[in-house]
Design a protein around this ligand. Structure first.
Ligand SMILES: [Ca+2]
Ligand SMILES: [Ca+2]
Ligand SMILES: [Ca+2]
Ligand SMILES: [Ca+2]
Length: 325
């Protein structure tokens, strides 16, 4: 079997004087102005255009990316403000705009991979890496520990990331949509497996009961159905979405509990159910622009569940999908 070569062409560690082990709260996902709430944003890959609607700073537009890239977000410099960037899988190229340090680029990945981000070494900085769906191989570049690779997944699975045991370190795993099978490797507890989901669902992850543990679930695009397994409250089901929307997750009211929502790329329509404020609807985006949300559920989750999604909408297909091999 062919071995893939990972090249690291840029230095990544840049801070040494900052207290790396100070207690840190996990940054709110997609909080681009650092006020503790997730912001709404869209990415239009054909032009590399980012549009943000920030809760404190208002609307802004920037160009960072190009056709064929996938959007990525994370707090890569650990300042509590989300950074954004893109990944070009055919060449394994990363481009990140860090809120403190500005432009960063490196090569880490290869054709057929999907980008992954998370804080895998618990230093408060998100790390980046890639997942190769045909073989279930993970490659990460951890901000303190450097290169890491493992095999965890198999053909047909979708990578999932979350802190499922609330130790501050993101755990990785995979979801097999055909059977609704979850496999996780928790940083404190090790291997965990369960069945939760069914064919043609996309995995969703978030802390929906604000106990610090990410919860997992699935979204059924054809009906807009959510099924969640909350760590304190157990099974939860609701309908929030409709055919043509993709799920979005974030803490849009900043109460520490992730909110569910959905986005329709045709009209740029956002629908969010905030845990404190209830229903919220806005128009932000335009035809073909993808929602900035969790890295895997809106872009990769559905696209990469692959061939069985015959009825899948094509709101944000990148053309860089892995083929079965
Ligand atoms: Ca890290
Ligand atoms: Ca963990
Ligand atoms: Ca939870
Ligand atoms: Ca919330």
């Amino acid at each position: 079997m062919k071995k893939h070569i990972i090249l690291i062409t840029a230095t990544i560690i840049s801070f040494s004087g900052i207290s790396a082990f100070a207690a840190h709260a996990k940054a709110v996902e997609n909080d681009f102005d650092g006020d503790g709430t997730s912001d709404i944003g869209v990415y239009y890959a054909p032009k590399g255009e980012w549009d943000f609607s920030k809760s404190t700073d208002g609307v802004s537009k920037t160009q960072f990316g190009y056709e064929g890239t996938k959007s990525i977000t994370g707090d890569f410099d650990g300042d509590g403000i989300a950074d954004f960037g893109c990944y070009y899988a055919p060449a394994g190229k990363w481009y990140i705009y860090k809120s403190t340090e500005g432009f960063f680029t490196t090569q880490f990945g290869f054709a057929g991979t999907v980008p992954i981000t998370g804080d895998f070494d618990n230093d408060g900085k998100d790390d980046f890496g890639c997942y190769y769906p045909p073989t279930g191989e993970w490659y990460m570049y951890k901000s303190t520990d450097g290169f890491f690779t493992t095999q965890f997944g198999y053909d047909g699975t979708i990578p999932v990331i979350g802190d499922f045991d609330a130790d501050g370190e993101d755990d990785f795993g995979c979801y097999f949509p055909t059977g609704g099978n979850w496999y996780m490797y928790k940083s404190t507890e090790g291997f965990y497996q369960t069945q939760f989901g069914f064919a043609r669902t996309a995995p969703v992850v978030g802390d929906f009961d604000s106990d610090g543990k990410d919860d997992f679930g699935c979204y059924y695009p054809a009906g807009g159905d959510w099924y969640l397994m909350k760590s304190t409250e157990g099974f939860y089901q609701t309908k929030f979405g409709y055919k043509g929307t993709v799920p979005v997750i974030g803490d849009y009211d900043g109460d520490g509990e992730d909110d569910i929502g959905c986005y329709n790329a045709r009209g740029g329509n956002w629908y969010i159910y905030k845990s404190t404020d209830g229903y919220y609807e806005t128009q932000f985006g335009f035809y073909g622009a993808e929602a900035v949300s969790d890295d895997y559920d809106d872009e990769d989750g559905e696209d990469h569940s692959g061939n069985e999604n015959g009825d899948n909408h094509d709101s944000n297909d990148s053309g860089a999908d892995s083929s079965h091999g």
